[in-house]
Design a protein around this ligand. Sequence first.
Ligand code: ATP
Ligand code: MG
Length: 230
Amino acid sequence: ALPSAQGHVRFDDVTFGYGSGRTILPHLELDVPAGQTVALVGSTGAGKSTLAKLVTRFYDVTAGAITLDGVDLRDLSTPDLRRAVVMVTQEAYLFSGSVRENIALARPDASDEEIERAARAVGAHDFILDLPDGYDTDVNKRGGRVSAGQRQLISFARAFLADPAVLILDEATSSLDIPGERLVQRGLETLLANRTAIIIAHRLSTVAIADRVLVMADGRIVEDGPPAEL
Ligand code: ATP
Ligand code: MG
């Protein structure tokens, strides 16, 4: 089905608990139309990361179902799911290797031109060219000389190149300097275009660009509306 996934995500009476532990998410209903950007907010322990990990099938629901374009996630092949749903984590993880290899992680077949196009799209191209060996610069373990904001942009370029129908993003809490922050913000907006996104949002600027904000408390969605109303 899904190289052409539209990105309609639905939680249908989803209940989840870790192992045999207590229920974390009780009877969750959520319908995210294709293309919508949803910001998830709420206090620590509310269940935001848990909800996000269910969409990537890092964990399976205990009861109920999550569907993508009407298909139960458990009925998708792993390659189809990996292609359709991509998660960008808080600590924008870079492995030891060139910037080019880091961007092409999910698309090792990508041409240099495609890699550069992805980097340009999210605003990473200019700083990459300023690195000692440009796209061939080794970023070293955990980013090396690349700043937090730059790491984030490389991870955005990676996600842009992977081009999933559904993007899950656990936003970095680390404060960025102002110019870096603006670049990351613009890169994020480009990355969000034409796909569904569920963002665990820590920055007000991210909440502001969402179509919809969900406030979670105790595993439940307690508020659901456009950012202006919250
Ligand atoms: P934060 O803002 O701190 O990241 P969160 O909203 O992402 O919080 P979750 O990480 O989803 O919250 O946690 C929800 C609940 O599930 C918490 O009570 C937490 O202790 C529990 N929990 C999270 N991960 C596990 C795990 N691997 N095993 C057991 N319980 C867990
Ligand atoms: Mg979390």
